[in-house]
Design a protein. Sequence first.
Length: 332
Amino acid sequence: MKSKLTYLKKLELFKELDNYKDGQFFAVADQRVKNHLPQWIQFSPHVYWLKDPEGEKNLESYGNAIEFFLRQKIHRNARLYAFGGGATTDFAGFVAATILRGVAWVAVPTTLLAMIDGSIGGKVALNMPQAKNLVGSFHLPEEVFICGDFLTTLPESEWMSGKGELLKYGFLSKEINTLILKKALIEDMAVECAKFKMRVIEHDFRDQGERIFLNLGHTLGHAFETTLKIPHGQAVAMGLYYIFKVMKEDAALIQWVKMVEALQLPIEKFELSNFKHFDPKAFMACIDHDKKKVDSKLRLVLVRDIGSCYVEEVTLKDFKAKVQSHEEFTIK
Ligand SMILES: NC(=O)c1ccc[n+]([C@@H]2O[C@H](COP(=O)([O-])OP(=O)(O)OC[C@H]3O[C@@H](n4cnc5c(N)ncnc54)[C@H](O)[C@@H]3O)[C@@H](O)[C@H]2O)c1
Ligand SMILES: [Zn+2]
């Protein structure tokens, strides 16, 4: 099971999309990228537009989208396109996974985070009031188009989020580490990350083996994301920094700083001391709910060397004690 990955410029993408102009074309698209798309898509009656993708990644909007596509006479052989960031591709992928018991879909990610992570790997989902991504499925996109031209309108905070996730790949792969340190073009790095994730998924589609390595930086990262309410990738960058600190991985910390500098990321945005509203108690409660927990044991991904990670099982009790021995996390 494999998605096809194609890297192309906007005009080439338009040409590719034009093949579907006269046929039945169905898409879910983020309103924010409307001006990036060809005119005929902007005016197509078969596009379900999302005004606030993360806010609409829920059951209610899902029901509306299903009704919309059924009214537009979507059929079993249709391909559903998704134009947007990770929230849009998660939503569209879930619609595709379930409508008419599943139709094919194609991802056209428009944020850096979605290009290197969100749109790759076929995990598609909706949020529930209790937590994010609680309803979902595994449904690989047939094809992923990576087109760096979409990134021209990306706001600073979303750049930081994408680069935060990119840092993770800089530990997982020697090649990506080298690209980061030599300040390669962002599109080239994005394609390498997407390929890397695709290779992992090929071996472990259902998340029972090596897919866990993609979780590097995410144990603390998810807890930062929830408690500080910051974008995912910014939280991952912090999750990497603090897991290396807590687990005393000094060589990895040095690499973290080098890559943060090469990516021109503002280091102060990852310093916990700059978040005055940080609540260590809420943070520790989030760690209790880590999804990768099995029988009160956490499976932590750590870095032996660049390109060589390993999994360490620690009891939740020991891990929490380790975290709390650091002043920033002490519950006062
Ligand atoms: N399925 C997975 O494996 C996976 C992995 C990581 C993240 N995700 C999901 O992805 C989402 C986060 O991804 P994201 O950061 O791309 O979120 P997003 O889709 O919410 O996009 C972030 C913001 O950027 C805007 N945007 C998108 N493209 C733009 C462009 N080209 N120019 C200007 N603005 C643009 C969006 O409207 C939104 O405001 C979360 O819902 C997360 O759960 C899924
Ligand atoms: Zn992530």
